[in-house]
Design a protein around this ligand. Structure first.
Ligand code: MG
Length: 227
């Protein structure tokens, strides 16, 4: 496959929970989204998904903004299931995935494409004003965090832009349900259409204004309200 040749081979060694098929889909979505605007990722960890998105942005002359406090999620803390001692900063005793992330971005030649924001999602969103072509949500996985990420960032998504969630598990025995719960609520809002999933990647596309208007009219008609 041609796209595979564009992704550096060291990607398989980068720490992270994104599989290759999901990565390739991110690349394709970002390639299309770049026609609209820059892309934004929430939850970069060591930069695996960042490389797939970033290479697409680089080819289109676009910027990829990334958000991660780089202190690890709850389950990555010492004593927890996904703790990795390589990421422990011995000076502070805290997880710090930023050196690993920076190394990945440098090796992938993305230092002039990726703009990292080392903070929490809601802090980065506070004064944000740039319309976006794609938002990838893969930060904290509690219901409250995923919902807050959606609420902070979806107003900046351009019509026709992609809203992508990682870790959508249709089968509860395969993984936590919070991202899926948010995904279903977002879909029910009528603002997005669902595109085919790739493994656990849930892909939504923001309707163009005409579609939203037509849907709103249909709803209003059923409620006997003129529009
Ligand atoms: Mg994930």
């Amino acid at each position: 496959m041609k796209i595979k040749k564009l992704i550096p081979s060291f990607i398989s060694e980068v720490k992270g929970f994104l599989d290759e098929e999901e990565g390739m889909r991110l690349f394709e979505l970002a390639s299309e989204a770049c026609a609209l605007g820059p892309c934004l990722e929430i939850g970069s960890f060591c930069g695996k998904s960042t490389v797939y998105l970033g290479i697409a942005c680089k080819r289109q002359g676009r910027t990829l903004f990334t958000i991660d406090h780089h202190r690890g999620s709850e389950e990555q803390q010492p004593g927890q299931t996904y703790f990795d001692s390589d990421l422990l900063d011995s000076r502070t005793g805290l997880i710090d995935s930023f050196p690993c992330f920076r190394d990945t971005i440098q090796k992938a030649g993305l230092e002039e494409v990726v703009v990292p924001m080392i903070t929490k999602s809601h802090v980065a969103a506070r004064d944000w004003a740039t319309p976006l072509g794609l938002v990838f949500i893969d930060g904290g996985h509690s219901y409250e965090t995923v919902m807050a990420d959606y609420q902070c960032w979806h107003p900046h998504l351009l019509p026709g832009g992609f809203l992508v969630f990682h870790d959508i598990f249709l089968d509860p025995s395969k993984g936590g349900q919070a991202p899926y719960e948010v995904y279903k609520q977002v879909l029910a809002s009528g603002l997005f259409e669902a595109l085919p999933m790739t493994n656990t990647l849930g892909v939504l596309r923001r309707h163009l204004p005409m579609v939203v208007k037509k849907q709103a009219c249909r709803r209003h008609r059923s409620e006997h309200i003129s529009c």
